[in-house]
Structures are given as C-alpha cells and as structure tokens.
Design a protein around this ligand. Structure first.
Ligand SMILES: [Zn+2]
Length: 565
C-alpha cells in the first residue's frame, strides 16, 4: 500500500504517556495507518530525524466562535501545533441566534472576551439561525478541527428574549424550550454545554449575561439533558467558589452523568494556599465517582488593561457603575477626590471587598506601556512602588498616571499562576485538566494561542516538571478523552491523523508582536511558535515552517451520539 504521508526517523510520542520510541508514522486517507519501523512507498515522506512527532494538541477553552467565520485557521492556534480547538465556552455562543439578536450576542462576546465590537460587526459571516446550522456553516473549509459547546447565554436569549437578562427565574415552559434546543444541538454533534457563574460578566450594554442571572436549579435542570442523550461534557466559567461552597458542579455532574470541567484552579496572589484545599476537594469528589475537574492554565494570568477597558475592578460595588459606564463618566469620577476616597476604600483598604473580588495586590499591578515619553521610566514598576517613590497614596498614583495619559496607560496585573512549585503540582495532578488558553479572547491585550508551546518549552524543557511523554498526554489524549473525542488525541491505527512535528530542544512561545489583521483593521497581539516544524490536520499538512500551506482539512469534531446515529 502506498501511504499518503510517511513521517520517518522521528521520536514517536503517541499521546498515551507510554515511553517514546524512534520510528515512523504512516498516514492514508486522513487516518493514521501504523507506527513503528515502516517501509514506503508514500506520496510524501518527511524526514523527522532529531524531531518528535506527537498527536496535535487540543485547545480545550477558546473563544473563536466569530473569528472562525472570517479566519478558518483560528490563528494562531495551528502555528503552535494545535489541531483541534473547542469554543462556545463560558455560556457565550453565536447560535442559536435570530437575525435581530445577532448584535446582542456579539455584544456579550465583545464585552466579556474583550474582542473589538467593530471586528465582530464587520467580520462575522452570519448565515445560521440554529445550532445545527452553525455547526454545518463552520464545517466548510476549516483549517483546524473545531469542537463546539452549546452556550447557555445564547440558548436563554433565544427562549426568553430580553427577559433572559432581566428575569432570574425561567418558567417551566421556557425551561422545556431550552432543553429542546440543547437536545437538537447535541443530536447535531455539539460536544456539550457551557455555563458561566461570573457575577461580573456584563454585556456591551452593561447588563449581566443571561447565564449569570439564572438560578442554580436551571443549570442543574439543563445539565440533565446530557444524561438523556448519554454523551457530552459540561464546561462552567468562574465556578470554583460555587463548587467549593455549594457543590454546584457536583450536582451538575450527578444530574448529567457527565464530566464537568470548571474554571479554575491556580496559585492565586490573593489566597496563596487555597489551591491545596481545592485540589484535595476535587480529588475527594472524583474518587467518589463525581467527575468534577478544575481546569488549570499553564500560563500565568497577566491581565493587561487600560482604565478605558479594564474589567479587573468590575466586581467592586462602587467601581462597577463607573467601569461599565462612559469614558466621560470615568474621567469625571476619577478626577473627583471624594469618589477616589470611596474607590480607595474598596480597592486599597479592602472595605467590604474580599480577595475573591479583588486581590488588592498593587505590588503585582505594574505599568506595561505608557503613551507619554516622559513616563517611560515607569514601565515595569508596580503601582505600589510608584506610589512609594512619589510619596502618594496607591490610588492617587494609579489614577494620576492614567489620567495624565488620557487613560491610555497600559497596566498589567499578575493574578494567577505566579508560584512555580504550586503550579507544577497542579499541572501534574490527575484531578485537573490542563488547557484553558482563552485563545481568541482578550486579543487586543494578550496573545493566548500558545499554551501548548509554553507548556512544552517552559514547564517541560526548562523546569522539567514531568516527562515529555506525560506532558504530551496532558494536552492531547487527556483533553480529547474528557471532551469525548473518540478518534483524536493518540497516534494509533484508525485515529484521525492530527499530528505535530516539533523540536523538543527549541519549542517555545515566540515574542509578542502587534498585527493589524482584524476585520476593519483593528490591531491584536500575536505570539508565534518556535520549534514547530509541521502541523498536520486530518492527514494534510496545514502549517509548514510557520506558514499556512493553503490546505483547509479541518472538520467539526462531533460527539459520539452523532457519530453513531
Ligand atoms: Zn472563557
């Protein structure tokens, strides 16, 4: 038999965690045929001496819902060896959507995920109404494979209209309608459901997301649809406190009989020991047969913001109306010494605000960039340090600088993932799921696509926190299994040929650059990869030497219910 593609002389890391070996991988008709010592012939042979070949990574938490319609590669995921992305997270989705609801749904994505509204308006190629239509629409000419979750906010909007953001309780009739939509979406191959418990997630109009005002009972009831259909996974944003206090994720896991992946577990500046209790809690639940997995992001969470677009302060009661209001309102409020006192009480002295809401670690908030040349020496300094040097209060130092630059000063806040020993333990734990890149979101201030290259470069080569075999398993097979992808995430005969060829000695996240390639010309940040030679999707080379080959071999990754229907 002539293979379509033969990768020779590679270090084969098959995704199972078993020891790697030196050998070949053969591909035909989009599938892996065999691995080992293989003879040709093949239409194309790649000599991968000195390189590793592994299953392509799965990015289990992104927000490419709109971007995929103008950028079917979901840049820059495949540049980092990612062959499958999962979006529809955190309750946010663009289906189902009536034409008159499009801008409202886009406005949720724009505000919560900090994607420029103009890019969404100019770029999104709306051509669907229902979830099955959305899956079919994006399944044309995809670069990477895409798995889609059904977003609670979109479903609630469809059924309840504007009331979905005004009224907490849904009627029994409305609940039944929501369940029917979920059933249809699952039958069409969606991978599961997504929810959101973030009490500070507002849309572009300043209203809380539909998902965020729904009562817990609604989430549990909707989860039960997955027990009827016998497949799927549940993702839930900002849900750790609700699991730890009230066992909400556990209730959803029991009602659905499915794994629940929730955000998130990390070393946290404001509560540096808390992850230990959380991990012990998850271990205990999972050992009782309740599959609730906190997700862990290998990258530290550095939130870059200006006071024009910051979300960091949204959950403090005095800050919320100012931060979601107009630019003029912000300028006026921040100049007012009386308002400053109130804001400082919450954000600096911590009156009525616990670490959950705002860490108050002004030593971890620093200047990222300035608009005025004279302020450049402040770059890299923390607000706490600047306040001390200037002999001012913390909030005065912060607001004076920002106002002087017409609120254009860029700050960065390290909130999560700062302590490496703690993070190494979390990344290794079988009770966590690694991923959570948030790629496709916050793209004006962060380049999130490269979680896999950061993981393999920083944590594995530099910090040696686990074997390369285990690391590959963590970002391929483990996630694929969790999301019910039965045919991806391993190098094994019959599996889809999603592969990455990389150099374990050089793989890394590249430097940050600005590119003006969003629809309408808006600028976003990107970080390309180092040490990734080829990304192969369904047997076709998609990225070679960092460049797109022109192939569009991706497919919508549909659930087992669809596969066996
Ligand atoms: Zn998200």
């Amino acid at each position: 038999m002539a293979y379509d593609l033969l990768i020779r002389n590679a270090r084969v890391i098959d995704g199972s965690g078993m020891p790697s070996f030196h050998g070949d991988v053969a591909v035909k008709d989009g599938k892996i045929v065999e691995s080992g010592k293989l003879q040709g012939p093949a239409k194309r042979t790649i000599d991968a001496e000195g390189r590793a070949v592994a299953p392509g990574s799965l990015d289990n938490h992104c927000h490419y819902d709109a971007q995929v319609t103008w950028d079917p590669l979901c840049t820059y995921a495949p540049h980092h060896g990612i062959t499958t992305v999962v979006f529809g997270n955190c309750s946010l989705a663009l289906a189902p959507a009536r034409p008159e609801d499009r801008s409202v749904l886009a406005g949720m994505l724009a505000r919560v995920e900090a994607i420029p509204m103009e890019a969404l308006e100019q770029g999104t190629r709306w051509s669907w109404t229902t979830i099955p239509e959305y899956l079919d629409a994006i399944d044309q000419g995809l670069g990477v494979n895409a798995g889609v979750l059904i977003g609670h906010s979109a479903v609630r909007r469809w059924v309840m209209g504007e009331d979905s953001q005004d009224r907490s309780e849904a009627t029994p009739q409305e609940l039944e309608e929501m369940k029917a939509i979920i059933r249809d979406g699952m039958a069409a191959g969606a991978l599961g459901l997504s929810f959101n418990r973030n009490p500070g997630h507002y849309d572009i109009r300043g209203k809380l997301l539909p998902a965020c005002i729904a009562p817990h009972e609604e989430l549990v009831e909707l989860s039960s649809v997955l027990s009827e259909v016998g497949t799927g996974v549940i993702e839930s944003g900002a849900s750790a406190p609700f699991e730890l206090r009230e066992g909400l994720m556990s209730r959803m896991a029991e009602a659905s009989g499915r794994p629940v992946l929730y955000l998130q577990i990390a070393w946290r500046a404001g509560a540096p020991e808390q992850w230990k209790d959380h991990l012990a809690f998850a271990e205990d639940r999972i050992n009782q047969g309740i599959r609730v997995y906190p997700m862990v992001n290998p990258r530290p969470s550095i939130n870059t913001f200006t006071l024009r677009n910051a979300q960091l302060f949204d959950r403090m009661p005095s800050w919320a109306p100012i931060m979601t209001g107009s630019i003029e309102g912000k300028l006026k409020a921040f100049r007012d010494p009386e308002v400053r006192k109130v804001l400082s009480a919450e954000a600096v002295e911590g009156v009525g605000v616990n670490y959950d809401i705002f860490s108050r670690r002004w030593d971890l908030i620093s200047v990222h960039d300035t608009t005025l040349e004279k302020n450049r020496p402040l770059i890299g300094k923390s607000v706490a340090q600047i306040a001390q040097e200037q002999g001012k209060g913390i909030l005065d130092a912060f607001l004076d600088l920002s106002l002087e630059e017409d609120m254009g000063t860029e700050f960065e806040a390290i909130q999560l993932g700062g302590d490496e020993a703690s993070m190494a333990e979390l990344l290794n734990s079988p009770y966590t799921v690694v991923g959570l890149s948030d790629a496709g979101a916050h793209l004006v201030f962060e380049a999130n696509d490269g979680f896999s290259t950061y993981f393999l470069g920083h944590w594995i080569r530099e910090k040696k926190i686990m074997s390369l075999e285990k690391a590959v398993r963590r970002i391929t097979f483990d996630s694929a299994s969790m999301f019910g992808m039965h045919d991806r995430g391993l190098i094994r005969p019959g599996m889809n040929a999603d592969l990455v060829i990389f150099d374990p000695d050089t793989i890394a996240l590249g430097p940050e650059e600005k590119v003006a390639d969003l629809p309408g010309g808006a600028v976003r940040l990107r970080r390309l990869a180092k040490g990734v030679d080829y990304t192969i999707v369904n047997g076709e080379v998609l990225i070679e030497g960092g460049n797109h080959t022109g192939a569009l071999p991706g497919k919508v990754a549909r659930n087992t219910m669809y596969a066996h229907a």
